[in-house]
Ligand binder design. Structure first.
Ligand code: ACO
Length: 328
């Protein structure tokens, strides 16, 4: 049993911020950002995360040719929900009038869309019919605009899709390494105590103090190393479970954190870069929204043709990773 993409949607805030704009607020340049990351522009939201989520959700349900009443489960992924509680998924459920849907959120950072797809697949095998996945991120809310090593990387966006049961296969590999949690994290606003009080007293200061509450801290070099390895491990593993090799994949939709990471993963997997969908130049890293926004763009371009083998792979704070393969 597999899953089928029934409809896709996305939303990008109107405001576009270029590399030149960043050069006005921190010591950086268009040349450095393009060369080190592949990014040129990103969208920054003035609207809250739930508004972006709702717009992407509506588009996905409409494009699936369904009514919101046909949706029986909504899974939202975000690290930038507007509220600690309720879940973003409940706000979306109410906003679009999906009265028959259960709703909850998943926090698996930039890998969360793959986690959600994996979860949707399991629910579909157990009686659910139409699962709406919405990944919405307002990363600008947790970006430190005085830190040049992180602020140029992130953008805001929402991506969504409706999935139903399919004929084909679906295989995934999900994993995490919490010993790397201190390399990428954000404290809650107003929280100036150590992020995690661990059982081992020597570990209390595990999380760097340089980070201000409410904004992202990242040890870029450490995350980079993890990312290249996680991308190829997850994708190879999912292919192996499916009885194929990465070379059998027609299309790979990777998390868009850094063009160099995608290039290294392509090399590691022995695949041409053209096999990977890349839109990092236009949107930057929008965390869990990267993959579903790319999926929706591919849908618009008519490239999600039945029978194609698709791979998706993400990684992020946790540290977590997830890869999956399925037939469209
Ligand atoms: N402009 C100019 N110089 C910069 C900038 C900038 N925007 N940012 C950093 N530099 C400088 C550094 O200060 C350093 O200077 P120094 O040598 O004088 O100390 C130099 O550039 C090199 O810094 P590195 O950190 O080694 O640069 P690197 O090539 O590793 O690129 C980057 C940094 C882009 C962050 C990279 O490490 C990376 O992409 N890491 C992975 C990020 C990632 O995958 N994140 C995913 C998760 S994000 C999420 O989950 C929301």
């Amino acid at each position: 049993m597999g899953l089928k993409i029934l409809g896709t949607g996305y939303y990008l805030p109107e405001k576009v911020v270029t590399n030149a704009d960043f050069a006005k607020i921190v010591e950086t340049s268009d040349e450095w950002i393009v060369k080190r990351t592949g990014m040129k522009e990103r969208h920054i939201a003035s609207e809250p995360t739930h508004v972006m989520a709702e717009k992407a959700a509506r588009m996905a349900v409409e494009r699936a040719g369904l009514s919101p009443l046909d949706i029986d489960l909504i899974l939202c992924t975000t690290v930038t929900s507007d509220y600690i509680t309720p879940a973003l998924a409940c706000i979306v459920q109410g906003a679009i009038g999906a009265k028959n849907a259960a709703a909850f959120d998943i926090n698996a950072a930039c890998a969360a869309f793959v986690y959600a797809l994996d979860m949707a697949n399991m629910y579909l095998q157990h009686g659910y019919h139409h699962v709406l996945i919405v990944s919405a991120e307002g990363l600008s809310k947790i970006t430190d605009y005085t830190d040049r090593s992180t602020c140029v990387l992130f953008g805001d966006a929402a991506g969504a899709c409706v999935v139903g049961k399919g004929e084909g296969d679906f295989q995934s590999v999900l994993g995490s390494d919490g010993t790397g949690a201190h390399t990428l994290f954000a404290r809650r606003p107003l929280n100036d105590i150590p992020f995690v009080e661990q059982a081992d007293p020597q570990s209390v200061d595990h999380f760097p103090d340089v980070n201000r509450p409410g904004v992202l801290y990242m040890d870029g070099r450490e995350v980079y190393k993890f990312a290249v390895n996680a991308m190829s491990t997850a994708l190879k593993g999912a292919c192996e479970k499916d009885g194929i090799t990465p070379a059998d994949l027609d299309l790979i939709i990777p998390h868009q954190a850094n063009l160099r990471i995608i290039q290294s993963a392509a090399k590691e997997l022995g695949l041409p870069l053209e096999r990977f969908y890349v839109n990092i130049d236009r949107y930057g890293n929008t965390s869990s929204a990267c993959i579903p926004v790319a999926l929706a763009e591919l849908d618009e371009q008519g490239r999600l043709t039945p029978g194609k083998k698709v791979g998706m792979v993400g990684f992020g704070a946790g540290l977590v990773y997830g890869g999956c393969v399925f037939t469209l």
